[in-house]
Write a protein that binds this ligand. Structure first.
Ligand code: ADP
Ligand code: MG
Length: 317
């Protein structure tokens, strides 16, 4: 039974790579790290009811479990290579395994990411993915390199996923399909992260909300940041369905965006914007790095703006 379920996953996710010496099937996978490369390794867990609502389509769960991990590799500027999948489900429903594996493969295949192993257990629905990617020594994008005077930039648009989550409660969620899609199928900015190697001074992926995650860059770099609220990139879907104040709060603190927030020397911001526009996601300038610790948000008139929501925190009271 369990073997059959694992075999279903293996079949759906098959990707041939020369550097996979032993994939799914033995006690551990064997992989060959290219000479001169370091490994970037990350793991993230999605718990039903916490990271995705109960009732989320299996394929969306499979996609998102990988996407949030690829987003971590993207934030390091690493190139994805291999993954492990630890799956806990209440029952051995074959259709669920097929759907989850299909969604996972939809995202993995274009990156030629090989699923090389995992674990399958019974319990409350929980999906853990670990990813491994390559980076050249000294090339990874860290949180700690932001310098006073750098420009703060963000890929894509912010706030859509948090808005999508709000819309799920609406009677006709299909009207908000674009926002719900951003919640269920986030796009990890892998090629953007790679393009930022050697240019960005610091980088993070926005999972908990821009203010919270930019705060991590600031803390690690020993600097602060000033954000201009009116510069935040927001989608037309978000601005169509939500009042300005709500759209702004989602963009500042909604979370689940999986865009990259990064800093670059001011004289390189234009070039970076053009490069990322060519890659399809674009990048907007949203603020600047300053000496004063912490992250401040200013409205169009230059007044300090207090976001209504704080970033996402699992352990908040
Ligand atoms: P073990 O008893 O050694 O943990 P398992 O029966 O859990 O072995 O796994 C058998 C093989 O299947 C291993 O190669 C393992 O990596 C792989 N595997 C198990 N579950 C998954 C999964 N959900 N996704 C991918 N590979 C899996
Ligand atoms: Mg096992």
């Amino acid at each position: 039974m369990e073997f059959d379920l694992i075999e279903r996953i293996r079949r759906h996710t098959e990707v041939n790579r020369d550097d996979v010496v032993e994939g799914i099937g033995d006690d551990a996978a064997i992989v060959a790290v290219p000479s001169g490369r370091e490994l970037a390794i990350a793991v993230d867990t999605l718990v039903e009811g916490v990271h995705f609502p109960a009732g989320t389509a299996p394929a969306d769960i499979g996609w998102k479990a990988l996407a949030v991990n690829l987003s971590d590799l993207a934030a390091m500027g690493a190139t994805p290579a291999w993954a492990l999948l630890a799956l806990t489900t209440p029952d051995g429903d074959e259709a669920f395994f097929d759907g989850l594996a299909r969604g996972f493969a939809e995202l993995a295949t274009p990156y030629r990411l090989a699923l090389v192993g995992g674990d399958t257990t019974r319990g409350p629905l929980t999906v853990t993915v670990a990813v491994h990617g390559f980076t050249a020594p000294g090339e990874a994008l860290l949180r700690s390199g932001a310098r006073v005077g750098d420009v703060v930039m963000v890929t894509g648009t912010l706030g859509d996923a948090a808005a999508g989550l709000r819309c799920l409660a609406e009677p006709d969620a299909s009207a908000y399909a674009a926002l719900v899609e951003r919640l269920n199928r986030p796009t990890p900015r892998v090629s953007a992260g790679q393009a930022l190697r050697g240019i960005a001074t610091a980088c993070i992926d926005v999972s908990d909300g821009l203010v919270a995650d930019l705060g991590h860059i600031c803390a690690a770099s020993g600097v602060g940041a000033d954000i201009d609220a009116e510069m935040l990139p927001r989608s037309s879907a978000l601005l169509t369905h939500f009042a300005d104040a709500d759209a702004l709060d989602f963009a500042l603190a909604g979370g689940d965006d999986y865009e990259l927030c990064f800093t670059v020397p001011a004289d390189r911001a234009g070039e970076v914007g053009a490069t990322l526009a060519r890659l399809g996601c674009g990048a907007a300038r949203v603020g600047r790095i300053v000496e004063d610790a912490g992250v401040r948000v200013f409205d169009a008139r230059g007044n300090l703006y207090e976001p209504a929501r704080a970033g996402w925190n699992h352990f908040a009271a």
